[in-house]
Structure formats: C-alpha cells, structure tokens
Design a protein around this ligand. Structure first.
Ligand code: SAH
Ligand code: SF4
Ligand code: F3S
Length: 462
C-alpha cells in the first residue's frame, strides 16, 4: 500500500523547484499569470485545481485572460472521440498566442495527453506546445516547468501506465479551489473495472485509495472554511479501500457539525451496497438525496459485452432498495447507445429500463470506439445514423419522464443552495430558478411555483 504514495522527499523537492521557478519567472515576466482550461469530468476539474495550486506556489497568479497569460495549462479528456477533438482544437487556439507572445509556456496534460500516440501527435503537429505530461505526473508540475524554463526546450513526460502499474498518490499538493462554497475531494484515483468501451483505466492507471484520515481532514478543513457542497470523487467510489470502506467514510464525512451537503460520484451498480444505502438514509441533511447510478444499458447481453458485471434484474433491485430507503431521492444515470452489436431490439430494453426506473435525468452518449479498448476491436459496429436515432429516441422518452418527475415538486417547500444569479440547486441536484437574488453559497428555503422537465422555479421564503 505505502509505496503508492509519493515520498515526502519528492514532495519536498517540488517546493524547492517552485522556489526556482519563482526566481526565473520574476526576471522573465512583469507579473506572471497562469490560465487554466479543463476538458472532461470532475476528476479533471479537481486535478486542474491542484495544478493551479502548484502554479500559484511557483509565483503565478490566476488569470481568465488567455491572451495575456504567461503560462497556459490545458487539461484534456479522452472519454470519447469528440472530447479529444475538442481538446485538440482547444489547444490549436493557442497557436496565435504563442506567435504573438513567444515567452508564453503552453502545457498540455490530462487523459488525452497520457496516450503515447497523442503525445507524439502533439509533438509533431503542435510545435507551439512546450510541455506535455500524463495524469500521473501532475504533482511534478513545478519540476517540469523548471526544466522547460531553464532549458528553453520542449519537454515530454508521458510514460504508459501499464496494467500492472498502480499510478501514484501525492498528498500535500496545494489546491487552488475555483469556488469558495463548492469543493471536490478526490478520495481515490484510477479504475480497475475495464468496462470494455472505456479508456479511463488505460489513462488513469490502477485504482488506489487515499488514506481516510487525509480525506476526513480535508473535508473537515473545508467545512470549517465554510464550504457547503462537497463532492467525493472516484471512478467507482464503492470500491474505496482505505482502512475503512466507502459507507464508513461517507458516514464519517456526514457526521461533522455544520450545515453542508456531501455528494459522491460515481457509484458502480455492481457494488452499490445495502450498507451504503443505510448510511445515506441515516443522514438526510448532510448527504444529498441524489444517487447517480450509471446503467449503460438495460439489456443483459450488452451489459455482459460491456463487462459491467451486473444484470438488469440486479440493477433494478438496487434501485428498489434505494427508493425504499429514501423516497425523495433523485436517481440519475449514464447510458451508451449504439454499442457494437447492439440490435434495435436490445436497445428497446434500455428504453424500457429508463421508463421502469423513472430517472430524474439521464446522460446519454453515443458509443465512441477508443483505441486500445476491447470493444473497439469488436465486430458489428453500429452505423452512426442508427446510433443517432437511438440517442434521439432515448432523449425523447426521458424528456417526458423528467417532466413528470419535476411536477411532483409543485407547491413543495425545499431547501436549496444558491449559486448566485437567481440560480440554486436542491438536495436532489435539480436546478431551481429563484424569484430573487440570494448570495452564492447560502442555503435558503423556497416554495416551488413552477416546474419544467429539467428545472424548477421557486419563491424564496426566508
Ligand atoms: N466511472 C464512471 C464513469 C466515467 S465515464 C462510471 O463507471 O460510471 C462517464 C460516462 O461516459 C460513462 O458512464 C459512460 O456512459 C460514458 N462513456 C465511457 N466511455 C465511453 C465511450 N467509449 N463511448 C461513449 N460513452 C462512453
Ligand atoms: Fe470506465 Fe467502467 Fe471504470 Fe467507469 S467503471 S471509469 S466506465 S472502466
Ligand atoms: Fe475524461 Fe479522463 Fe475524466 S478521460 S471523463 S477526464 S477520467
């Protein structure tokens, strides 16, 4: 276990590199700034906050103006081809900035950059990128930056994360949080599930859990600092393995004093346990009434081909238990349509699943082959037009279900956390438009006066 932690010596050396970077950039720029751009999921957003923290330690201040930035960090995603295209064209946008201001350092990192062939592509086709590094190198940003600044040469730090490698855990990395009331807390990294379509285990390495004491210390610090909405992050939080299991960790996180909400993402249906449901039930105030339970498909043959390790029946049983324990819970899901070999009939099983469960919201994705995954090598890829047809059919079915779900809130009084600009979210994570402005980060009670498929309107009552 212990050898997956980056040693305190290495972390100490990063502080020294940060000092050296500080010296260099003081000479080089008038007031050094960093611009951060993130593609991808919450894990990536959390990583960007740590990269930002290190950049600040190196002497940069955050800017939202890319034109004037001295350091640009682009954190990329590889989950679907579209995500990679966006990340690449996002990188391309900085070509002109580099031309106008050659002293700007441009770095590309994250899940797309972790893949050797993408690293080579950036090396060959994006000559204005100075630094490329993989997901397991984030904590070494100070050292990598130092090398770029010192040598003036392009640098690449991407080693393939092979199947037997664990990746690493780095503690005591500074964090530049983007909000003062909402926070991400990574409780684990990587994934061992190898769902046949998914690139994540290939770019994020093996599953590894942070020490529970470190996590609880971070959460307590956030609550003490006034954070109200804290999301525990992991590709599959249910397989958290510290000196306690995930339900125990969640229970401890939800037992602190204060007014706050804990959320978590994502929960793999194969191991969403009775114990987890029990803990959620026991903390109606501090654990959000929201369960994101990605089904991916409603057909057993497809689930098997996806290597999901549960059946439709088992999934529905879990949903039933969640609802029995928490009648007011919102359940949401992810669905992939047009997985290789999926017949029109098998797809109908997914349509019937979403009707049977009655989700509050679904995130539907068109299957995208990812190089190196098992599914990409399968025969029987579904034509794009048919994938789109299925995507639209699911969306239409869900619109009706969501509208019905929303109606059940009519006239009710709910507690919401304001995001400012007359927007807020309730415990179920539904967007509530308010009749007046409430400072961001404040809990208020509202009476629901209007409902739409994906949002509610409410009147502030205190
Ligand atoms: N770890 C999380 C999900 C991470 S990826 C989990 O297991 O639930 C988020 C979602 O992207 C997945 O749930 C899946 O629906 C979708 N996804 C992943 N790989 C995909 C691919 N190759 N094509 C289309 N959608 C994909
Ligand atoms: Fe991908 Fe499956 Fe891991 Fe989620 S659990 S990240 S879908 S391999
Ligand atoms: Fe994308 Fe990596 Fe997240 S591939 S979805 S940023 S784990």
């Amino acid at each position: 276990m212990t050898d997956i932690y980056v040693s305190p010596q290495v972390m100490e050396s990063q502080k020294e590199y940060a000092c050296r970077v500080r010296e260099i950039i003081k000479e080089k720029y008038s007031s050094p700034t960093v611009f951060l751009r993130t593609f991808g999921c919450q894990q990536n957003e959390a990583d960007t906050e740590r990269l930002g923290g290190i950049a600040v330690e190196c002497g940069y201040t955050l800017t939202d103006d890319e034109e004037s930035a001295d350091l640009i960090i682009i954190n990329t995603c590889a989950i679907r081809e579209h995500a990679e295209k966006r990340a690449l064209s996002g990188t391309g946008q900085f070509k002109k900035i580099k031309k106008d201001r050659p002293n700007t350092v441009i770095a590309v990192c994250g899940c797309m950059a972790q893949q050797e062939y993408r690293k080579d592509q950036i090396k060959n086709s994006y000559p204005y990128v100075d630094l490329v590094f993989g997901t397991d190198k984030n904590h070494l940003l100070a050292e990598m930056l130092y090398t770029v600044l010192k040598t003036g040469k392009r640098q690449y730090y991407v080693s393939g994360l092979s199947h037997d490698k664990l990746g690493v855990i780095a503690e005591d990395v500074p964090v530049l949080r983007s909000s003062d009331y909402k926070a991400w807390v990574s409780i684990m990294y990587g994934c061992n599930n190898f769902c046949s379509y998914c690139v994540v285990p290939h770019v994020r390495g093996r599953e590894r859990s942070r020490n529970s004491a470190e996590i609880l210390k971070e959460i307590k610090g956030l609550i003490d600092a006034g954070y109200k909405d804290i999301t525990l992050l992991g590709q599959n939080v249910n397989s958290y393995k510290g000196d306690m299991d995930f339900p125990e960790l969640l229970d401890a996180a939800a037992s602190a004093n204060g007014e706050y909400r804990i959320r978590f993402m994502t929960s793999h249906p194969k191991d969403a346990s009775d114990k987890l449901i029990e803990v959620m039930k026991n903390h109606p105030e501090t654990i959000a009434r929201h369960f994101h339970l990605p089904a991916q498909s409603g057909n057993d043959r497809i689930l098997k081909a996806m290597n999901r390790k549960y059946t439709r029946e088992k999934y529905l049983e879990t949903v039933k238990k969640i609802r029995a324990a928490m009648p007011d819970v919102a359940i949401t899901t992810d669905i992939i349509c047009g997985f290789p070999t999926e017949t029109a009939e098998e797809f109908e099983d997914t349509v019937s699943l979403i009707k049977e469960v009655g989700y509050d919201m679904i995130y539907t994705f068109i299957y995208s082959p990812r190089p190196g995954t098992v599914a990409a090598k399968m025969e029987g890829h579904i034509p794009h037009d048919e994938q789109v047809r299925r995507f639209k059919a699911l969306s239409a079915a869900q619109d009706e279900i969501s509208a019905e779900k929303s109606k059940s809130y009519m006239g009710k009084t709910v507690k919401v956390l304001s995001d400012g600009n007359q927007e807020a979210r309730n415990s179920q994570n539904k967007i509530v438009t308010l009749d007046k402005d409430v400072p961001a980060g404040t809990f208020v009670k509202v009476e629901i006066t209007e409902t739409k498929a994906y949002g509610l309107k409410g009147k502030v009552i205190n």
